[in-house]
Ligand binder design. Structure first.
Ligand SMILES: Cc1ncc(COP(=O)(O)O)c(C=O)c1O
Length: 370
């Protein structure tokens, strides 16, 4: 789209807007269906903690007031839980906003970010929105980060490095040793962003790196986490990051004073008090991912081993877009992965038992009906 308007950076004109999973209501209307299941956005199918729901109801009464711009209570809670000083914690309107603020702080025309591809598309969007160039380093043949190749891609133009661990949309992860070797090669002046949006789903693994531990050990790291996934608060838009104090101070200069709303803050505090809910969510997720994997393999398809709440299914030569459309006709919304360079795959979030059953039945019909 070229118009007579001139954005600050020409890269903005090349940007392809983020495409969210289709809303349930729209698909229901388009397809004339009454029952739709959405397994497209890696949300928590169990909802949220009942404590969070109560906190939301109670906080709703106070929305005539501005939120606490310093998020005092939530930062206290996070500080105690993560064992990091409150001054090092930054909150965002979704962790997405923090990624965006980092891009705003560090990028100008001629600068670069380094990240893997395919990975979370916001690394690309935030880079282009601020005039930067994304150096996109292909994942290896197992769809894992190729950290050696990423280290080779660092130049004196690099301003931010993003690593999602586990990664979206592949569900893959990197281990402690390889990550540490890579971090050693990133210059201290370049913010190294470890995006742990799916941390909870992988934290039980022996060699899974814990970004917070690296921070506590004094590494100059930015660790980003969210309440959108394991905590089930995606609609409230709240995430956080832990980072060196000078960087937190810079972000606090450019962020909106009230970037995280009062209901989200209250819900997040309550969510942190309900570890049982998280554990239940993780157990459900593990069971359901295994079931989806087994059923997909039973249909002759293959999957990438996932350490998240979604799974990438290889359709063995079929078009992900076509399978996506056929599934949608049957009331199931998944994500086709062609925009991520994986045209023969779909990404499916583990839903409720009956939702996954509906998906698997529909998938079988589509595969058998060829
Ligand atoms: C890897 C990764 N990082 C960050 C986010 C952003 O999450 P939110 O803005 O909801 O906190 C997502 C969301 O899907 C993600 O997959």
């Amino acid at each position: 789209m070229k118009t007579s308007y001139r954005p600050a950076y020409s890269s903005i004109e090349d940007l392809v807007p983020y495409s969210a999973g289709k809303p349930i209501e729209e698909v229901a209307r388009e397809m004339g269906l009454s029952r739709i299941v959405k397994l497209a956005s890696n949300e928590n199918p169990l909802g949220m903690s009942p404590l969070a729901l109560e906190a939301i109801k109670s906080a709703a009464r106070g929305v005539n007031r501005y939120p606490d711009g310093a998020a005092w209570d939530l930062k206290e809670k996070l500080s105690a839980k993560l064992e990091v000083p409150r001054e090092n914690i930054v909150l965002g309107n979704g962790s997405n906003e923090i990624l965006e603020l980092l891009a705003q702080l560090f990028l100008t025309e001629g600068t670069e970010t380094v990240y893997a591809w395919p990975a979370f598309v916001v690394y690309r969007l935030a880079t282009l929105a601020h005039g930067g160039r994304g150096v996109e380093v292909p994942l290896d043949s197992g769809l894992r980060h190729d950290l050696d190749a990423m280290a080779e891609a660092l130049t004196d133009r690099t301003r931010i490095v993003f690593v999602a661990n586990p990664n979206n949309p592949t569900g893959t992860r990197v281990g402690r040793d390889e990550l540490e070797r890579f971090m050693d090669r990133v210059p201290e002046s370049v913010p190294f962003v470890l995006d742990e949006a799916y941390y909870e789903f992988a934290r039980h693994l022996d060699d899974f790196p814990d970004g917070m531990q690296y921070f506590r050990d004094g590494r100059p790291i930015v660790v980003v986490r969210t309440f959108s996934k394991a905590h089930g608060l995606a609609g409230l838009r709240i995430g956080y990051a832990v980072m060196p104090r000078p960087l937190a101070d810079l972000i606090n200069r450019v962020r909106q004073p009230f970037n995280v709303n009062s209901i989200a803050q209250a819900a997040a505090i309550a969510a942190l008090e309900d570890e049982d809910f998280v554990v239940r969510s993780l157990e459900h997720n593990r069971r359901e991912l295994a079931r989806i994997q087994q059923a997909a393999e039973g249909m002759g398809l293959s999957v990438t081993e996932s350490f998240t709440n979604f799974i990438l299914i290889d359709l063995k030569g079929r078009s992900g877009q076509e399978v996506y459309e056929e599934l949608m006709k049957r009331g199931v919304i998944v994500r086709p992965m062609a925009p991520y360079g994986l045209p023969g795959t779909i990404r499916v979030t583990a839903g409720l038992v009956e939702e996954n059953e509906m998906f698997l039945e529909a998938l079988k019909e589509v595969i058998d009906g060829e």
